[in-house]
Design a binder for this molecule. Structure first.
Ligand code: SF4
Ligand code: FES
Length: 373
């Protein structure tokens, strides 16, 4: 592919706007084994994780670059002993701090320490509305009851709480109960997020992808709940691309608003970017965040609209969805620069829909659980 040069030249002429947020994957270690995890299939080991001091430097650089939010994620960020210290540092640097967690390691002492350090918000993932199925999907016994207890700790500490409800063929029948769970937990927001098929979820797509009927029913339930729970619970709703007619603006557009830093320090435009094998990703161990954000080839290659092929080029949605998702384009068409096949104008769109219908009807059951040693 020879499309690197024009985009790089373009970006050199126009300095990019500052990012909105940095997602810090502090570790890929996690007690859970969710089969839709967005971590890569080849995960970073504990010995490859960056030190506390390096993470603090990265946080300071992100704040200096203009980022407003720092999201602490993983894997499970609470397996890091320095999480409180890193949250305190991010708070002092003026970042809005969010902890994205499975919550199974959250106890009262750590909750109090995190709140005292300046944590603003906690996002807890739930795998279902009741113990048996939720624990089965998480691949960990007693996970569900620990999450419920942790949600109470978050609200008890006075922090904002979002329930992250990851939905798929195996748990969609529990959606009404998931909404009740979020209200009872005192959450301000629930993200009803149908699985997006990258990383482990792509590997497990046949066991996870919903039927069209399930999706339509979920959409109806969300619409009714939005009216009933107005002023009580904000409901974000993310539909699976495989049944969409236009793509989502993945990450708000490549290298426009967000970036990820991996446990070992690679800086990525999105969590699945490493699947695009021909790209080289710079690391904060060798370059500053400012340099990477503005000049990294991997950030500039799909930034903006100049790289776009037909039918995106000239499309009136080009600066709305930014051509969709590069990783999905690669996974389904073999070309990361292709129009996202979730778009009805893509020549690959029919193939994507047929795939969803066939796999959801086949009803595969077995999960390949994520594993890290
Ligand atoms: Fe978006 Fe490209 Fe489809 Fe237009 S053609 S709607 S820009 S993905
Ligand atoms: Fe990489 Fe969408 S996940 S661009």
């Amino acid at each position: 592919m020879n499309d690197l040069a024009p985009a790089t030249v373009n970006a050199a002429r126009h300095a990019p706007a500052p990012p909105l947020a940095m997602l810090m994957e502090l570790t890929h270690r996690c007690p859970l084994k969710c089969p839709y995890c967005s971590n890569p299939l080849a995960m970073d080991r504990a010995r490859d994780e960056m030190s506390t001091e390096t993470w603090k430097r990265v946080i300071s650089e992100a704040a200096a670059l203009g980022a407003l939010q720092g999201h602490f994620s993983g894997g499970e960020p609470m397996v890091r002993d320095d999480l409180v210290e890193l949250v305190r540092h991010a708070h002092r640097e003026g970042l809005y701090t969010n902890l994205i967690t499975s919550a199974v390691l959250l106890d009262k002492r750590r909750m109090d320490e995190l709140a005292e350090a300046g944590l603003d918000h906690v996002q807890i993932s739930f795998q279902g509305s009741e113990t048996a199925l939720a624990d089965h999907i998480a691949g960990l016994r007693h996970a569900h009851v620990k999450k419920l207890a942790a949600a109470r700790l978050v609200r008890g500490a006075g922090l904002a709480l979002t329930v992250n409800a990851v939905m798929h063929r195996r748990n969609l029948h529990q959606l009404p109960a998931m909404l009740d769970l979020a209200v009872e937990a005192g959450a301000q927001r629930i993200e009803v997020a149908h699985v997006q098929y990258y990383g482990w979820a792509l590997k497990n797509r046949a066991a996870l992808i919903p039927t069209r009927a399930q999706l339509d029913e979920a959409t109806r339930i969300v619409e009714v709940a939005r009216q009933k729970l107005e002023g009580v619970l904000n409901i974000d709703y993310v539909v699976p691309d495989y049944y969409a007619s236009r793509p989502k603006a993945c990450m708000g557009g490549w290298a426009r608003r967000f970036f990820n830093v991996t446990p070992s320090g690679k800086v990525l435009p999105c969590h699945a970017a490493e699947t695009i094998g021909h790209l080289h990703f710079d690391t904060v161990q060798e370059k500053s965040l400012a340099e990477i954000w503005a000049h990294s080839e991997a950030f500039n290659v799909y930034r903006g609209t100049e790289w776009m092929p037909e039918p995106c080029k000239g499309c009136d949605r080009a600066e709305i969805d930014w051509g969709g998702c590069r990783c999905q384009a690669l996974a389904l068409t073999g070309d990361a620069a292709a129009t996202d096949p979730a778009c009805g104008l893509s020549p690959h769109h029919a193939m994507m829909k047929e795939l969803a219908v066939a796999e959801s009807a086949a009803g595969a059951e077995d999960f390949a659980y994520r594993m890290i040693s």
